[in-house]
Design a protein around this ligand. Structure first.
Ligand SMILES: Cc1cc2nc3c(=O)[nH]c(=O)nc-3n(C[C@H](O)[C@H](O)[C@H](O)COP(=O)(O)OP(=O)(O)OC[C@H]3O[C@@H](n4cnc5c(N)ncnc54)[C@H](O)[C@@H]3O)c2cc1C
Length: 398
């Protein structure tokens, strides 16, 4: 009889659920998933929660394989030497392997007044609070969205479709990832929805008060509700537990997603930094990394050498309200192509990607080991270029 292996997965998001499901391929593996909430959060739809067109939660029964033990709690510390995690409600859970998939949240709002007066949107609780604030604000209240990455654009469009008076303060360029052609389409759509877009180097928020935002060029804009979408941060659990992280706090791993400090800890999703060259934070990458993390664990249990991660992005999609969107195709090095789909086709593809990000999890629950994705060797080139740069830097500065 073979010995049982206990695998604990911390974080029940796209990466953690995918990893947990895939691990059920082996009957001699016991999988425990630890997550603070009893429901799965479809983070891709949090801006819809704010706009009222979706509740952004899915029952774990729909996405989690049978036999996985769900513990509703928060891990406060990982003890790598003892191979155990400490729970906020008390007690510890031991493991043979640990999958670290704690995801991401809002970045620290360092601008004066932002922590007190600006609302984040990156977690379920934050989005729920923001929705109540938006609902309670008078119909004509001025609202400001800070940050023009995908989350900022999607949030401002959702609010504009509700008839809200909204300004988007880009802090630079609108949709930095987008190809200029796609950016023009996004800009036009936002104008049609009535959004005031402030871009360029001076369009930076330097202070937030209860009813206004101040910009770098000295302007003050009235703002009854200010929403902060600029940047993402990650939980500090790895750093707090004495594990090596990148500058942001993601767990540092090798290309098999194994922590550089400990072969028993494998990372996936937004909170993983393979070779200090993390993938774009996304549900797509999280699902693929979650599957690969599980493969690495299963390989180690089987005494096989785990493979390096191979992953490329086909696209990035951004909704522009419920009736338009941008489906921006990507090169193998994850930069934007000239090619994109806008308007209703863009919206349909965005909706499909939201639906499939959850469907992939449900499929893996039913058929563990079935999730596949686009793979190529481009990452090896990027890593070589990064190493070359690191070697070249001292010479250049000498
Ligand atoms: C409004 C919005 C829109 C987005 N739209 C898109 C999009 O269109 N396309 C796209 O690809 N990406 C999008 N993203 C980004 C995407 O949601 C993330 O990249 C994705 O959720 C990452 O998955 P993950 O599993 O790594 O982390 P998460 O989905 O964040 O899951 C992590 C889980 O770990 C839990 N956790 C954290 N700390 C602990 C702890 N100490 N103990 C136990 N559990 C813990 C969290 O509560 C959470 O449930 C969007 C994000 C936001 C906020």
């Amino acid at each position: 009889m073979t010995e049982n292996t206990d695998v604990v997965v911390i974080g029940g998001g796209y990466a953690g659920v995918m990893a947990a499901n895939r691990l059920t391929q082996r009957e001699d593996v016991t999988v425990t998933l630890i997550n603070p909430r009893p429901t799965f959060v479809a983070r891709l739809r949090l801006h819809q929660l704010v706009g009222g067109s979706h509740d952004a939660v899915v029952d774990y029964g729909e996405v989690l394989a049978e036999g996985i033990r769900l513990v509703v709690d928060t891990v406060t510390r990982i003890d790598a030497a003892e191979r155990s995690v400490t729970l906020a409600k008390g007690g510890m859970v031991g493991y043979d392997y640990l999958v670290y998939a704690v995801g991401s949240g809002s970045a620290d709002r360092c601008v004066p007044g932002a922590a007190e007066f600006a609302y984040p949107i990156a977690t379920l609780e934050a989005a729920q609070q923001l929705r109540s604030v938006v609902d309670a604000a008078p119909a004509t209240a001025a609202m400001t969205v800070v940050g023009a990455g995908p989350t900022g654009i999607e949030t401002v469009a959702e609010l504009a479709e509700l008839g809200r008076r909204v300004t988007l303060v880009c802090g630079g360029v609108l949709g930095p990832y987008l190809h200029p052609r796609a950016r023009r389409v996004a800009s036009k759509r936002l104008a049609t929805l009535g959004v005031t877009v402030l871009d360029g180097p001076d369009a930076k928020v330097t202070a937030v008060t209860r009813d206004a935002v101040q910009l770098g060029d000295g302007r003050t804009l009235p703002s009854r509700v200010t929403i902060w979408t600029a940047g993402f941060g990650v939980p500090d659990l790895a750093a707090r537990s004495g594990l090596s992280t990148d500058a942001v706090g993601r767990l540092l791993t090798d290309e098999t997603l194994t922590a550089v400090d400990d072969v028993r800890i494998i990372a996936a999703g937004d909170s993983a930094a393979p070779s200090d060259l993390p993938f774009r934070m996304s549900a797509y990458a999280a699902g693929c990394l979650g599957a690969h993390a599980a493969d690495t664990v299963l390989d180690r249990i089987a005494g096989k050498r785990p493979a390096p991660i191979k992953l490329s992005f086909p696209a990035m999609c951004i909704s522009l309200g419920r009736r338009a969107g941008i489906y921006q195709l990507a090169h193998l090095d994850d930069t934007a192509m000239r090619l994109f789909l806008g308007g209703r086709p863009g919206a349909k593809l965005k909706e499909l990607s939201c639906t499939y990000s959850v469907k992939h999890l449900a499929n893996e629950a039913r058929k563990p080991g079935s999730h596949t994705w686009l793979k190529n060797d481009k990452r090896q080139q990027l890593l070589r270029a990064k190493r070359g740069q690191a070697l070249a830097t001292p010479e250049r500065s000498a």
